[in-house]
Design a protein around this ligand. Structure first.
Ligand code: KIV
Ligand code: ZN
Length: 526
């Protein structure tokens, strides 16, 4: 009998715990829509008790997602579960709402963190599952740090959680310590020793501290796990979580070995999803990353190139097309019309609403004036910039830069600010170490004037890369700003790197302004 592997995506919860990642609710919703297109079974949308922003994001996702289950995380406490219930209420069908509750089960966590007896840990878990069960039948219980827990205790608590009503039991490898064989044996023991184990789906959740998250997840599948918790691009706490694209492509590419297992993932959506997540979180994908890295399907050596030209399979075990990597062939240009762009967008896997596709067409036409060839990569960038944009209060209206050898770089910037029904333009000029520094200083002056604050968010990271080939390739800039220990990411693209830098800075500031917590009580001066 064929066995479905359920894909539980935790990009928006564990993934968002990556250092430096911080997403607005709107950005989380955009990612959730893409995960729905990708075909994940469950979206873990957040940890509602953790912050009002998380609660709002889970609520928005529960309201708008129709084709997957939506999960919220809760410690084994009533207040956490109540926050989950509130956030998951908008889901059309109650059993699509999953409450994911957890408590630690390893001796080290029980003794030093929880300071509880083992009996109390079991009682707390059972009470939490029963409490959550009043709202939905769909309850997941996780044994935090299961990888380092004693097997007898693990068997006991799992049995009790299932008796209390848990329908999914997750066995997290929280600290990324165990080896694939050890982790697989844990599942085997649970399957053999827990009498009611057939009443639940066993789940794996692995962290990548020793680079074993994917190998451990696969080992768990081979020993009874039917749900894999994973993230896009493998982002997550510390060294990250098991990467969704790697797990899915292992099962698909090695069908000969995993003949009975399948997932419902539409693999052609993998690459667009990876791009979107990287763009919105600002977490760059390493070029040699399996499946989605820039070099994953490139052949440098002459022998390899020769082999691939003669027969692709000589050096390629899967095809780039299958994971949605654009062919990078020349597609569109100055003479392409609306119809051609819409068709290409569809081929690339995008189904955009009219408002957004109108904007993208307008930008595409502007780009064609600056750039002779428009590649798929350019189209991805246009879409991601537009989709990832916060409903900006600030918009760049004008910039002028003066720079060169022997002169002081200066910048004049004009930003338009929308607030309620009102709109106003602010203009400032400044000089700096270079044209970008001068522009950022001028923008900072505008922000200080507008928000009546003395200190603007600090620039902590700046990166620039070319997104397609050719002399007229567009530059893509990602900036990270920090304010009160919170990071705000912005991205900008243009054929002019100064313009891309200014757009990225304005985008990050929009995210800062959108985060109401940050400027609460501050009056915008119009
Ligand atoms: O790594 C972990 O243990 C977790 C749990 C909360 C599931 O993320
Ligand atoms: Zn985790």
């Amino acid at each position: 009998m064929n066995k479905k592997i359920f894909i539980f995506d935790t990009t928006l919860r564990d993934g968002e715990q990556s250092p430096g990642a911080s997403l607005t609710s709107k950005q989380k919703l955009d990612i959730a829509f893409q995960l729905e297109r990708l075909g994940v079974d469950i979206i873990e949308a957040g940890f509602p008790i953790a912050s009002p922003g998380d609660k709002e994001a889970v609520f928005m996702i529960a309201k708008n997602i129709t084709n997957c289950q939506v999960a919220g995380l809760a410690r084994a406490r009533r207040e956490d579960i109540d926050a989950c219930i509130e956030s998951l209420k908008p889901l059309k069908k109650r059993d699509l709402a999953r409450i994911h509750t957890f408590i630690a089960t390893s001796n080290i966590h029980i003794k030093y963190k929880l300071k509880m007896s083992k009996e109390d840990v079991i009682a707390t878990a059972v009470n939490a599952v029963k409490y959550a069960k009043r709202f939905t039948s769909n309850i997941e219980f996780s044994c935090e740090d299961a990888g380092r827990s004693e097997i007898d205790f693990l068997c006991k608590i799992v049995e009790e959680a299932i008796k209390a009503g848990a329908t999914t039991i997750n066995i997290p490898e929280t600290v990324g310590y165990t080896l694939p064989q050890e982790y697989g044996s844990l599942f085997k023991e649970l399957v053999n020793r827990v009498p009611n184990i057939d009443k639940c789906i066993l789940s794996t959740h692995c962290h990548n501290d020793l680079g074993l998250a994917v190998a451990n997840s696969i080992s768990a599948i081979l020993n009874g796990a039917r749900q894999v918790e994973c993230t896009i691009n493998g982002i997550g706490e510390r060294a990250g979580n098991a990467s969704l694209e790697e797990v899915v492509m292992i099962l698909k590419t090695r069908k000969d070995y995993f003949d009975k297992f399948y997932t419902d993932i539409n693999t052609k959506e993998i690459y667009p999803t990876s791009k979107l997540v990287s763009n919105l979180t600002g977490i760059v994908v390493q070029p040699n990353k399996a499946i989605v890295g820039a070099n994953a399907f490139k052949h440098e050596s002459g022998i390899h190139q020769d082999g691939v030209l003669k027969k692709r399979q000589t050096y390629e075990i899967m095809s780039a097309k299958d994971v949605g990597v654009p062919s990078n062939e020349l597609v569109l240009g100055k003479h392409s019309g609306r119809h051609a762009l819409d068709k290409r967008l569809k081929q690339l896997g995008y189904s955009l609403d009219k408002k957004i596709s109108n904007k993208i067409f307008y930008k595409f036409k502007q780009l064609c004036d600056k750039k002779k060839y428009v590649f798929d990569e350019d189209i991805f960038a246009l879409v991601n910039e537009e989709v990832g944009k916060s409903e900006g209060k600030l918009e760049l209206k004008y910039f002028h830069i003066s720079s060169g050898s022997g002169i002081l770089p200066t910048a004049t910037i004009e930003l338009e600010i929308k607030h309620g029904q009102k709109t106003k333009c602010f203009r400032q000029a400044d000089f700096g170490d270079g044209p970008i520094d001068a522009a950022y200083k001028a923008i900072d002056k505008i922000i200080c004037e507008m928000l009546n604050i003395c200190v603007t968010p600090k620039l902590v990271d700046y990166s620039l890369k070319a997104i397609s080939s050719g002399k007229d390739a567009q530059g893509e800039v990602v900036v990270k700003l920090e304010y009160n220990k919170t990071t705000f990411t912005g991205r900008g693209i243009s054929t002019d790197v100064v313009e891309a830098s200014i757009k990225a800075y304005v985008c990050a500031l929009n995210n800062f302004i959108l985060n109401k917590k940050m400027y609460k009580g501050v009056k915008i001066h119009l």
